[in-house]
Design a protein around this ligand. Structure first.
Ligand SMILES: Cc1cc2nc3c(=O)[nH]c(=O)nc-3n(C[C@H](O)[C@H](O)[C@H](O)COP(=O)(O)OP(=O)(O)OC[C@H]3O[C@@H](n4cnc5c(N)ncnc54)[C@H](O)[C@@H]3O)c2cc1C
Length: 455
């Protein structure tokens, strides 16, 4: 499911209860879960092991924070529903909006995609700024408490571990406290310990599907003339395993991230970064790096060995009083920019699951709804990764056929604005992948170029 098929957030659907909720992890998934739960619970505590200042900072617990973070339209529209005025607030805080149809140039399969026919706003900011604006809005809720410097150490539960009844946490000095809760939300990301806890307490741990991409990011910040709002994306396509992106952000900078799949990793030194960029199939990113001052020589790196999807939707039994969301369920190859938007749609699905049946049997109902969101994103990301023969893991059904079709679609999109626009809407999680094979696009993709001119 995508933005067009997940029912929008509707706070009128949910009556406030007397429940207390603890959310573990105050990154995007935890904050957004906390936001929707604030309409359901009497008290929501969102805790994190990191400090949570009212500033835009790259936190230790979010090691990916220095790297390009694109907010897809599915995420932006959902954030706007959850926090009316969010987009304007992002701009006031220094973010910027560009025309996604014309200011963003995407190079894939040997050429740039045609500009889309209709404008759409793409809101750009650093990852710490997105998080700060969301954190501030969540913290404004009178029944939400943020608890920084508070490390989750385990779940509290009844004797037979049929119900989670809270969490134990340690403060900076190591002192442990027990927190009671009617519902605990695990939003601790890829390092989630819930699978181990389930196994240790007599449950089946969710199967983990891993798609190995052996990816690494190298990122630098570059000075940007204030009126230059270009964004660039160079997507890898076989046999080319490398790509990169430059996104304009606050403080008159671009964040420039270079990446390489299957061991083709960008180096961590400035000279190496420039040389790597020169090896891209199009020169724009190398020129941008050469023509503009770098904010510093620091190169941030992030290794990403594999996308992981934990099949909570398939576990037979699960304790009451606990749900898991965000990267703790699925973390996707980041070059597709999906994680924050998937977390936002999952938070809305949590809201719908609560509205439809309350807290009783919440987990299986929520996991089914969350999986509908994950599945669409996974088909796009993990599916496309199998275009590379080096990719290992369980291949999504039909990926080979879809990849051959998408390759043809992308080449059509080089000079067909309608096809380029549809591709963009699917990539931005506005429309489900099936929209790529809707008759209006299918005809254009399959028709010879000489015939397509007449459409
Ligand atoms: C390199 C890279 C680039 C990315 N680019 C994009 C992009 O362009 N667009 C996009 O939408 N997404 C992107 N993502 C994904 C995005 O960062 C995540 O999907 C998003 O942050 C949601 O993750 P999360 O909140 O579930 O987990 P995380 O962001 O990993 O946060 C987990 C939180 O849990 C806290 N925590 C962990 N353990 C404990 C504990 N024991 N006690 C207390 N707190 C704890 C951590 O401090 C942290 O705050 C990218 C990811 C990577 C790795």
């Amino acid at each position: 499911m995508s933005l067009s098929t997940v029912a929008r957030y509707d706070d009128g659907r949910l009556a406030r209860t007397d429940d207390e909720v603890v959310v573990v992890g105050a990154s995007m998934a935890g904050l957004l879960a906390g936001r929707v739960l604030a309409d359901y619970a009497r008290e929501v505590t969102i805790l994190d092991k990191d400090p949570l200042p009212d500033e835009s900072v790259a936190r230790r617990g979010v090691r990916q924070a220095e790297h390009v973070h694109v907010m897809l339209e599915a995420g932006r529209a959902t954030l706007e529903d959850l926090f009316p005025g969010f987009s304007e607030e992002l701009l006031s805080a220094g973010g910027l909006v560009v025309d996604g149809a014309r200011d963003v140039r995407q190079h894939q399969e040997g050429d740039f995609l045609a500009d889309g026919r209709s404008r759409f706003p793409l809101y750009c900011a650093s990852r710490p700024l997105f998080e700060r604006v969301v954190r501030r809005r969540v913290a404004e809720r009178p029944n939400v408490t943020l608890r920084p410097n508070c490390t989750f150490t385990g779940y509290r539960h009844d004797e037979e571990a049929r119900r989670v009844t809270g969490a134990t946490v340690a403060d900076e000095g190591g002192e442990t406290t027990a927190l009671d809760a009617d519902l605990v939300v695990d939003a601790t990301g890829r390092t989630s310990r819930t699978p181990d806890w389930l196994a240790a307490n007599g449950y089946e741990s969710p199967a983990a599907e891993e798609v190995t991409v052996d990816l690494a990011y190298s990122t630098v910040a570059v000075e940007r003339p204030p009126d230059d709002r270009r964004a660039l994306l160079v997507s890898p396509s076989p046999p080319v395993t490398r790509g990169g992106t430059a996104v304009p952000v606050e403080d008159d900078r671009w964040i420039v991230t270079l990446f390489g799949l299957h061991g083709d990793h960008p180096p961590a030194d400035p000279g190496g970064v420039e040389t790597f960029a020169e090896g891209l199939p199009t020169p724009e990113l190398a020129a941008l790096l050469a023509d503009h001052e770098w904010v510093s020589d620091e190169v941030h790196q992030y290794p990403f060995p594999a996308s992981v999807r934990r099949r909570y939707d398939e576990v037979g039994a699960f304790p009451d009083g606990l749900v898991v969301l965000g990267d703790a369920i699925a973390s996707f190859n980041p070059i597709y920019g999906q994680g924050m938007s998937v977390a936002a749609l999952e938070a809305v699905q949590l809201h719908h699951a609560l509205a439809e049946g309350g807290r009783a049997d919440l987990a299986p109902r929520f996991f089914e709804k969350a999986d509908a969101v994950v599945d669409s994103a996974w088909k796009i990301a993990a599916g496309a990764d199998f275009d590379f023969p080096q990719t290992e893991g369980p291949e999504p059904a039909g990926a080979g056929l879809l990849n051959r079709y998408v390759s043809r679609l992308v080449r059509t999109a080089h000079d067909d604005p309608k096809v380029a626009e549809r591709f963009g809407r699917v990539i931005r999680l506005e429309r489900s992948p099936t929209a790529l094979v809707a008759p209006d696009v299918l005809l254009r993709v399959l028709a010879p170029a000489s015939v397509r001119r007449f459409f």
